[in-house]
Design a protein around this ligand. Structure first.
Ligand code: HEM
Ligand SMILES: [Cu+2]
Length: 691
């Protein structure tokens, strides 16, 4: 070991700091392009003099709406990042066929296998790990948190979240995690152990490089941020609802968000613990998960799935919530079975804790244990089915308008039911013994996570887009995006079920049976169709950015009820909403609070506003985030002085914020509230006059 005090193991040849850059042209070119594009963006910001507004309006903001947008931008960037990995894997797999059986010696077979396709096995392992990890922790979770942030306070008629500073801090810690894990692209390597990095493969003997350490510390950051966020959202929903909004008058999206955050609060601590234990194994020679020293790798698998299974419900329950908002809106009917929807959510909350064992039926738990987990898993299909039927009954005899959000919702129902069915199939223990860890499993969970989670989130973004910006995104692009995702998904993943049943295991870098190549080529074509869907979506977002520039960042106020059939409170305030959300906090009488206001001829207040109290901006979250990137970097590369300095620094920043920060907030004067509200009044008067 040749560690230096100043640079830790950066200088240690065994740590392979620059190997990927030197030997993988793909990595080299990616890093160069990121560098060039990054430099151009920074130069543009400097030339346009945007640093000040960026700092004041975004980086230091505590406004839940702006933080929500920042989460979603992070998620979109990470979606492109994770998708680039997916496209590489599927293109590689479509090419990677070698008949190793025909080779004369094991050495030539090994060489031939390594040269199959364009990714060697080491790089392939890094890519599937990067794809899975980034998609779950830095794409899906931040996108969810973006939607939570933007929508929850508006839906419950609140002016912000309960702890605005924690919200800002949480975002910057998530951002820090995303930066840290992506540094591994250029310096060191990504982990190779899959998205959950099972021990003992992830211990120091089998994974001596820096990849697992990057993984551990960036996921710790993501975990802390997610937990902080959950505390915040639970407090917000429990304490800040508009007067009259009892629990059973909350919109279903708020309900599912509450349950999702309760889940987070219960499952992220085990994840934090399991990563601390693995870090102790790796850094301090402990033996929690090693085979020698009386450790037990099964402990890792158990703990990690105590987190991992409920995590998919963390992601999918709010997706169900989003659907429960979209379907009534575009069917022009109230949601069928509100109460059963809520109870089904609560039943899933309980059940999701007692099914984690279905991830290791083959690891020797025995018949009794497996049976319990199998039955619990099958039972989850019941409350989920209740939800699906509720959406169908809502649509039944409704006047359906096929706007993009509704297309996503219908596409979700169709696709998610398919994925759910193959999940029930996997829960049958003898079947699972055959297809465990096969490509069939890969197809199953993408079926639920793309069909269930991604479709719903993209539908949610399409649905709330006009709320956020005042304008609807380009409709043709929206429809094209949906169809590309929908068709692309089915073309990309049905062949994967098939190759799985044919015996292909997951995480394979090359194949030997040429009969399977057509299936993998088809799958690759599907992925390219999905790519078109992503391009259409990004174009929609760019369209709005251009629109924003044209209005010099101050978007004109438009119709509050963008789709004309809004039912919950977010549609009661203008689009985009003012900083304070509601000039007068609405009083709630029924579940569909805004619908009720419209029906009962509620008259909007137009004069006599009061000053409104708001929380102040803070730079503490940003600085804490930046220090944490350095702290993680120090831990990965064993630069102990950096660890000490940044650890103390982070705590100092938080303490400084608590004692020196402006906790008193400020007031928006009544005149300014009046001016802002007049904009919506003017719009509505104009609309009324022309209608
Ligand atoms: C958009 C299209 C997507 C495609 C084409 C795709 C493709 C793939 C491929 C090829 C693998 C590796 C399979 C293997 O070799 O075992 C994989 C694994 C995985 N994907 Fe995706 N994926 C997509 C989207 C997503 C999304 C949206 C998520 C989650 C939100 C996700 C989560 C995962 C996870 C967790 C793994 C497992 C990684 C591991 O083996 O540890 N994927 N995906
Ligand atoms: Cu599970």
């Amino acid at each position: 070991m040749s560690s230096s005090i100043l640079l830790g193991r950066l200088t240690d040849p065994n740590a392979h700091a620059l190997d990927m850059l030197k030997h993988e042209p793909i990595v080299l070119y990616t890093v160069i392009s990121i560098g060039v594009i990054g430099a151009l963006v920074l130069a543009a910001i400097t030339l346009m003099g945007w640093w000040k507004p960026l700092w004041r309006n975004w980086i230091t903001t505590v406004d839940h709406k702006r933080i929500g947008i920042m989460y979603i931008i992070l998620a979109i960037v990470m979606l492109v990042r994770g998708f680039a990995d997916a496209i590489m894997m599927r293109t590689h797999q479509a090419m990677a066929f070698v008949d190793t059986a025909a080779m004369t010696s094991p050495e030539t077979a090994k060489l031939a296998a390594e040269s199959a396709g364009f990714l060697d096995s080491d790089h392939y392992s890094q890519i599937f790990t990067a794809h899975g990890t980034i998609m779950i922790f830095f794409m899906a979770t931040p996108m969810l948190f973006g939607i939570f942030n933007y929508i929850i306070p508006l839906q419950i008629g609140a002016r912000d979240v309960a702890f605005p500073f924690l919200n800002n801090l949480g975002f910057w810690i998530t951002f820090a995690g995303a930066i840290l894990i992506n540094i591994s692209l250029g310096l060191g390597a990504f982990a190779r152990g899959g998205w959950l990095n099972y021990a003992p493969y992830s211990d120091i003997i089998h994974s001596p490089g820096t990849g697992t350490d990057y993984y551990l510390w960036s996921l710790q950051l993501s975990g802390i941020a997610t937990t902080i966020g959950a505390v915040n959202f639970i407090a917000t929903i429990m304490t800040m609802r508009a007067p009259g909004m009892s629990m059973f008058k909350m919109p279903v999206f708020t309900w599912t968000s509450l349950v999702s955050n309760i889940l987070i609060l219960m499952i992220y601590p085990p994840l934090t613990v399991v990563f601390i234990l693995l870090a102790l194994d790796r850094y301090a020679g402990a033996h929690f998960f090693t085979n020698d020293g009386q450790g037990n790798p099964m402990l890792y698998v158990d703990l990690v799935w105590v987190f991992g299974h409920p995590e998919v419900y963390v992601l999918v329950l709010p997706a169900f919530g989003i659907l429960s908002e979209i379907v009534p809106n575009f069917s022009h009917k109230r949601l069928f079975g509100y109460t059963s929807m809520v109870w089904a959510t609560l039943v899933i909350l309980i059940l999701s804790f007692i099914v984690w064992g279905h991830h290791f039926f083959t690891m020797g738990g025995g018949t009794a244990v497996n049976t319990v987990f199998a039955i619990a898993t099958m039972i989850i299909a019941i409350p989920t089915g209740v939800k699906v039927f509720n959406w169908l009954f809502t649509m039944y005899k409704g006047r359906i308008s096929f706007e993009p959000p509704m297309l996503w919702a219908m596409g979700m129902i169709f696709t998610f039911v398919g994925g759910g069915l193959t999940g029930v199939l996997l829960s049958i223990v003898p079947a699972d013994w055959q297809i465990h860890n096969s490509a069939f499993l890969v197809a199953h969970f993408h079926h639920t996570i793309i069909g269930g989670v991604v479709f719903s989130y993209l539908g949610g973004l399409a649905y709330w887009f006009p709320k956020v910006f005042g304008v609807k995104p380009n409709r043709a692009l929206g429809i094209a995006s949906f169809w590309c995702w929908f068709i692309g998904f089915h073309v990309a993943f049905y062949p994967i079920y098939y190759v799985g049943l044919e015996g292909i295991t997951r995480r394979l870098q090359h194949f030997t049976d040429p009969g399977l190549q057509p299936a993998l080529i088809t799958a690759m074509i599907g992925v390219f169709i999905i790519a078109l869907g992503i391009i259409c979506f990004v174009l929609q977002v760019l369209g709005v950015i251009v629109y924003g520039f044209r209005h010099r960042g101050k978007l004109p106020v438009q119709d509050n009820d963008s789709w004309g059939a809004g039912r919950s409170l977010e549609w009661a305030t203008s689009s985009p909403p003012p900083a304070y959300n509601f000039a007068t906090i609405p009083t709630v009488h029924t579940t569909d609070a805004f619908w009720d206001m419209k029906q009962s001829g509620h008259v909007r207040q137009t004069t006599g506003f009061h000053k409104i109290h708001m929380p102040s901006n803070t730079a503490a979250g940003f600085w804490a985030g930046m220090l944490l990137v350095a702290l993680g970097f120090g831990l990965v590369w064993h630069i102990w002085w950096l660890v000490a300095v940044t650890f103390v620094g982070t705590i100092a920043v938080i303490i400084a914020h608590s004692f020196l920060g402006n906790e008193d907030g400020y007031y928006i004067p009544a005149e300014e509230v009046q001016k802002t509200e007049d904009e919506l009044t003017a719009f509505l008067t104009h609309k009324g006059a022309t209608a």
